[in-house]
Write a protein that binds this ligand. Structure first.
Ligand code: PAF
Length: 280
């Protein structure tokens, strides 16, 4: 496995690989790799000649300094895991390498970055899009792999690819869950044992909603979820039932198609998100 820390070095290396006709599958990460990430690597490995990972904790997508500081950093174990997955190339740049100049790119995602996560994390998706665009320009992948857990991020990247004609195929990958249903996330590392147990309410709730979808009125389901989290002393940031493409909230199940429910919950000091597709 090759490790690169500078833009020029990795660009040059991948240029020769492209000239040899090899296809590149790219998995961007911020490290603290878990089974969810590894499933992306396995998929990328099957569909491409070369798999490239990036490990870069992108400051511009953190709207909260303490969230950035406490983000888990586990480079040595990450590299080991990547090697075991048969990853071919890792890009691990410094902040100065990625942003020699302050990042001032402004994207227009319409409503997509204003709602759900966007409401609670202003500027987050602008930061995500700007680093992913930069990474695409450096790596020039044929395919890029993103997990469905960050569903809104996936929509944002999809729009960015379309708006900028990025020559890359976006490959959405299924959510991987822990035994108790908790969606795999690097942030799970920060949960205590009891918080981890508490957090299982998130997926339990989503599964319940999936069963009730189409039968119980939406406002009643929303009230139920709010009550349940309050009863368990957990801070529900949002629970929304929305159109899968526009993220507009639904008020009725009439003609329901392409519907997803998204949730964000604060468990202790850790913010967790999850979702489940109700109708596709
Ligand atoms: O999903 C993530 O880990 C990050 O948002 C990404 C896509 C690597 C960009 O920093």
């Amino acid at each position: 496995m090759e490790l690169f820390e500078t833009v020029n070095d990795i660009k040059e290396y991948l240029k020769t690989k492209k000239e040899e006709g090899l296809t590149i599958g790219f998995v961007p990460t911020m490290g603290a790799l878990h089974e969810g990430h590894l499933s992306l690597f396995r998929e990328a490995k099957e569909e491409n000649d070369l798999v490239v990972a990036s490990i870069f904790i992108n400051p511009s997508q953190f709207n909260n300094q303490s969230d950035l500081e406490k983000y888990p950093r586990t480079l040595e174990t990450d590299l080991k895991k990547l090697e075991e997955q048969g990853c071919n190339v890792v890009f691990h740049p410094s902040v100065e390498e990625m942003y020699p100049e302050p990042d001032t790119t402004e994207f227009d995602f319409g409503n997509l970055d204003k709602v759900l996560e966007g409401e609670f994390r202003p500027g987050h998706f602008n930061g995500v899009a700007s680093v992913v665009k930069k990474l695409f320009e450096i790596i020039k992948p044929d395919r890029a792999y993103f997990g469905l857990k960050d569903f809104q991020q996936l929509l944002i990247i999809h729009k960015m690819i379309k708006d900028f004609d990025c020559p890359v195929e976006l490959v959405p990958c299924a959510i991987v869950r822990e035994k108790n249903g908790l969606a795999m996330s690097s942030r799970n590392e920060l949960l205590s044992k009891s918080e981890r147990k508490q957090a299982s309410l998130i997926y339990k709730t989503l599964k319940f909603i999936k069963v009730q979808a189409g039968f119980q009125p939406i406002h009643e389901l929303k009230n139920y979820v709010e009550r349940e989290f309050k009863r368990k002393n957990m801070k529900l940031e949002y629970f929304e039932i929305v159109d899968m493409y526009t993220l507009e909230p639904l008020t009725t199940w009439l003609g329901s198609k392409n519907v997803i429910t998204c949730i964000a919950v604060q468990v202790g000091n850790v913010r967790l998100i999850d979702n489940i597709i109700l109708f596709s």
